[in-house]
Design a protein around this ligand. Structure first.
Ligand code: GLN
Length: 564
């Protein structure tokens, strides 16, 4: 019998439900259970594909081509397993399905209603995503008390009625603020959240108390009394995790096991541990993040940084996390410098002044800052600075190379300049007929045959990385690019699509049409990121600042792809 753990949030959004859910999943996996996690997003969009990154954070891509909420990324990074698109349920999907069924006459004359049709559809989706697993974590987005949450809370309650209380538990993650004018941790918002949850007929079994500091005895007791949750199930989950440790989300499961949450959950679900958890490797990796031996500086040149007066780092969260995984494995602190590409359009010398050991150009869309990104790539190429290009980053590296090495001066992507005489990056013919915005890109895991340095990096002949793009390196330019020394070192099965490029005579100049950051987890970091960071470490140690590196000479005039 599959067991369910429903995680809801109280008080504020962004309280850390995702990390809590992922941590609990990791703990149960360590105990030998098969675990999956579902994210419910109450918005009406069918998926996250059409959402603006500055508003909602990064769009996460699944192996099976889903464009989903970034919380699925948290689950994958902690659980170290692929989570399919089925595991992200949105209000839009649910209503669309119910309305489609109604139009097909599948309700046989019934009046189709919020209860039970919408709530049953939610329940069915939860059960389908959880099929075959021992434990399913169901994280309900937003905050208890939101209007939008109601159908989902109703659905999980009705799931509880169906499968019995012994097979489902509820964890409420709340926030305990410490207002600066009184410097005291307040429990009242938590009490109100519990009340709101009960108004939806849901009894919390656990309350996970997030806050700047650990929960003290007095407040723990107070929450127990007001919420009628057993004292031992009021769990403290502070920002600062443990003695002398810094703030890494990967320490969260370690903190939670100290609170014995895994055993308490298993007891509630009448499950016996299948094995003792072994946290040695996890602890060592967290220790490496917290106590690094070296420090390097990496620049991410992109857009999507500012929202109002705040910077939203979540726009590139998977890249940040992939780099954290490298920190953990290479015991190196990585200072990230977020550079707005627009600034480099006007002032490319800015890079000279920064002590940068590596440059990443992330994925992106549209014209904003494009020339700045191209300038940064040229700078990395000419100054032998480690460079990693991701998706748009690879496309713009091709533009830069075409312009400055192949001397095709107006080379561009047709995404920006549809009438360029040298469309080195162009839309795929099969994408040209698609006019809808959502779900129309080349998405999900795609095979690449590997050659050259990337073959050594991945230690295999082919790799499946995740994609999300409409444009490609134009096959008509493969020959001129490779004959000028750009190695097309990863290709699709039919050799038409360029998946990886690299420069051989450079400390590290590799770019890919894919997003390897989506396959990086704490236990298994992305090999491409690890090699890139290793080069950045070398670069920081050898200190050949601003040394101009000789450009690779043309290797041949005919199309000769690596190892072919
Ligand atoms: N805008 C480019 C394309 O659609 C790159 C997309 C990306 O970086 N994810 O092909």
């Amino acid at each position: 019998m599959t067991k369910y753990i429903v995680v809801t949030g109280g008080v504020i959004s962004g309280v850390g439900k995702g990390v809590a859910s992922a941590s609990i999943g990791r703990i149960l996996k360590e105990y030998g259970f098969s675990v999956t996690a579902i994210k419910i997003d109450p918005y009406i969009n069918c998926d996250a594909g059409t959402l603006r990154p500055t508003e909602h954070g990064e769009v996460w891509i699944t192996d099976d081509g889903g464009e989903t909420d970034q919380d699925l990324g948290n689950y994958e990074r902690f659980l170290d397993q692929a989570i399919p698109k089925l595991n992200n349920i949105t209000t839009g999907q649910v209503y669309k399905e119910v309305i489609d069924k109604e139009r097909k006459g599948l309700f046989l004359g019934q009046t189709v209603q919020f209860i039970p049709h919408i709530t049953d559809e939610i329940k069915d989706r939860i059960k389908k995503a959880g099929q075959g697993y021992d434990v399913v974590i169901v994280e309900i987005g937003g905050t208890v008390g939101d209007y939008e949450n109601i159908p989902f809370l109703f659905a999980v309650k009705s799931l509880e009625d169906e499968i019995g209380k012994e097979n489902i538990i509820h964890i409420l993650v709340t926030y305990l603020p410490i207002p600066s004018h009184i410097e005291e941790m307040k429990t009242k918002p938590t009490q109100i959240s519990v009340k709101l949850l009960r108004e939806n007929n849901i009894e919390p079994d656990f309350i996970l108390c997030r806050g700047k500091n650990p929960l003290d005895e007095i407040r723990k007791k107070k929450i127990q009394i007001y919420s009628h949750v057993p004292y031992e199930n009021v769990i403290s989950s502070p920002d600062v995790v443990g003695e002398g440790t810094s703030n890494t989300i990967y320490a969260a499961p370690l903190y939670l096991i100290r609170e014995n949450i895994g055993d308490k959950i298993l007891k509630k679900l009448s499950l016996q541990k299948r094995k003792e958890g072994n946290w040695d490797k996890w602890k060592m990796l967290v220790e490496n993040i917290v106590n690094p031996k070296k420090t390097i500086n990496i620049a991410i040149v992109g857009k999507y940084f500012d929202i109002g007066d705040y910077q939203l780092k979540d726009s590139y969260i998977s890249i940040n996390e992939a780099l954290v995984h490298c920190s953990a494995h290479l015991q190196t602190k990585i200072n990230l410098e977020f550079i707005d590409a627009k600034e480099l359009e006007k002032n490319p010398e800015l890079l000279d002044k920064k002590n940068i050991n590596g440059i990443i150009i992330p994925g992106g869309f549209g014209s904003s800052g494009v020339e700045g990104k191209i300038n940064a790539i040229g700078y990395a190429r000419e100054h032998n600075i480690p460079f990693l290009g991701l998706c748009y980053g690879m496309q713009l590296a091709v533009v830069e190379y075409a312009r400055n090495v192949c001397k095709l001066e107006d080379a561009h992507t047709t995404e920006i300049n549809p009438s360029t005489k040298n469309p080195v990056i162009d839309i795929l013919p099969e994408q040209k007929v698609i006019y809808e915005k959502g779900g129309t890109m080349r998405l999900g895991a795609q095979k690449a045959k590997l050659y050259g340095k990337v073959k050594e990096i991945y230690k295999k002949e082919e790799v499946y990385e995740r994609h999300r793009h409409r444009y490609e390196v134009n096959p008509e330019y493969h020959e001129i690019l490779s004959s000028h020394g750009l190695h097309l070192s990863g290709l699709s099965e039919d050799n038409k699509l360029v998946e990886f490029i690299e420069l051989p005579n450079h400390i590290f100049f590799v770019a890919t049409q894919a997003h390897p950051e989506f396959k990086s987890s704490l236990l298994n970091p992305s090999p491409l990121f690890v090699e890139f960071v290793k080069s950045c470490i070398i670069k920081s140690e050898i200190k050949i600042d601003n040394q101009t590196y000789s450009l690779p000479s043309p290797i041949s005039t005919s199309v000769k792809l690596l190892d072919q």
